[in-house]
Every structure is written in C-alpha cells, then in structure tokens.
Design a protein around this ligand. Structure first.
Ligand SMILES: [Zn+2]
Length: 263
C-alpha cells in the first residue's frame, strides 16, 4: 500500500510539473516569453571626456548603455555632454580634485584643492555642475588627497544634495572619507570597484572586463571605471567586441538606475 501511494504521489508531482510547463492554453511557453532580464548588473563609467580625447567617438557608439564623466571648463565639455545625452548615455561631472602626488597641471581648470576656503570649494563645485549639461551626478578626477579630506568632502556632498546629484567615489585612495560621511550627508554615494584600463593593453582590458562580469555574477552588481585618452581606443574596442556576448547573464546599466536609492 505504501509503495502504491508513493507511486501515485510521484505521478501527481509529475503531472503538476507538466501543467506548470504548459501554459493555460495547454501550449508550451516559448523561451522568449519566460525569459526575464538578468538580475546581475554592471555599470561602466567612462572618465576624462571634455577635451576631445582619443576614443570619444567609439565610446559614444558603444553597444551598451554607459555613464560618461565629463570634465568641466574644457574645449569639448558641452559638446561631449550633449552628444552623450543624445545617444542615450548618462552624464556626470568629472570633478578635478587634488591628488597626493602628481603635477597640478594634470588637474585641469576649476580643480578642488585642500587649500581652498569653504566658500571657494562650494563656488567651484557649483560652477562645474553648471558647465556640464545633463549632469545627474559627480565623480572625482584624481583626488587621492581631496577625497581623504573630511572638510572638503562635506562641502562637495552638501552641494550634491542641494543640486539633487549623487556622488560616485572613483576610489583613487582607499582612505577616502566619502563612504564614512555619506550616511549623514543624505546623498546617494556609489563606489568604483575596478579600473577597466589601469594597464593599457587589450589583453589586460579584456581580462578586467571578465573580472567585472565575474564580480557582478558573485555580488549582483559591479561598478567599474574606464577612460578615453591614452587607453580610449583600446577600451572602446573591448567594449564593442566583448560586452554584447555578456548580455545573456548580466544587464549593463547606467548609474541613474542606482541613483534613486537613498543611503
Ligand atoms: Zn579622470
């Protein structure tokens, strides 16, 4: 008896499974109908636009949605921001900030340095935002010194809050205070996890993209930063070549998708 009821329950389970597989009309649902967009997400940010840098054209035509970080007060600042917006990428301000090392002239105009007064910092951040059309956030260009300075970062985040922008910490210094002060700032703060092109070679950039893919699969989300300029053409070529094949199990997103969630 026990055996027969066991067989019956197995049969019932099998029938229930079959019923679930078949639609209400009794027809098998197609794979396309049942397929949901991947829940694992990758956000790629491309830094250093605004100065007619190498690779700009190829980044604009990338086959995935991107977020481009445009430096203020440069010859193609407005052109690049408007171009990116037109082709559907997100735009953020790439704010030049003081590094621990490196030449000051790498910083670009309107840089935020730790010797500025509170008012000057505030004015410079406001002016940078006004320079970059369609900006929905800010990230730091260089900034290993400035992002570790609590006074400076409180002012930067305060301006972000007033203007309704998020802040992406590029993480040029692991001692950055941004995440520490983010909670009481009320500003949405995001963090870069991987630099896509810290070594300028196609094989390295390809490996980094695979690593980004793996991190997204493991942690649900990965934010990464690449560049126009010296690595620009190579970075863009890797995105054109390798990113489309990853769309089956990850979804490439723009930072605006993450910006709505408050800290
Ligand atoms: Zn930069």
């Amino acid at each position: 008896m026990i055996r027969r009821s066991k067989i019956r329950s197995c049969l019932l389970a099998l029938l229930a499974g079959l019923a679930a597989l078949l639609g209400p009309a009794g027809q098998a649902r197609s794979a396309a109908e049942t397929k949901e967009p991947p829940s694992k997400r990758v956000a790629i940010v491309i830094d250093d636009l605004g100065n007619n840098m190498s690779g700009t054209d190829e980044i604009m035509s990338a086959p995935i949605p991107l977020t481009v970080a445009v430096m203020p007060f440069l010859p193609t600042t407005k052109r690049d921001a408007e171009w990116a917006h037109k082709v559907g990428h997100d735009v953020i301000v790439h704010l030049p900030m003081e590094p621990l090392r490196g030449r000051k002239n790498w910083l670009g105009p309107g840089a935020i340095t730790t010797d500025l007064t509170d008012d000057d910092i505030r004015r410079r951040v406001e002016a940078a935002i006004d320079e970059v059309p369609f900006a929905i956030g800010i990230n730091n260009h260089m900034g290993s010194k400035a992002t570790a300075d609590e006074r400076v970062m409180r002012i930067v985040l305060d301006v972000c809050k007033k203007r309704g922008l998020f802040f992406l910490d590029s993480k040029t210094n692991y001692r950055s205070v941004v995440s520490k002060i983010a909670v009481d700032s009320g500003v949405r703060v995001l963090e870069n996890e991987i630099f896509l092109d810290d070594v300028v070679s196609t094989s390295h950039i390809t490996k980094q993209l695979q690593l980004i893919h793996k991190r997204a699969m493991d942690n649900s989300l990965c934010i990464a930063i690449g560049h126009v300029g010296i690595p620009g053409k190579k970075t863009a070529a890797v995105l054109h070549q390798s990113a489309p094949a990853m769309k089956d199990d990850i979804r490439f997103i723009k930072l605006s998708e993450l910006a709505a969630i408050k800290p």
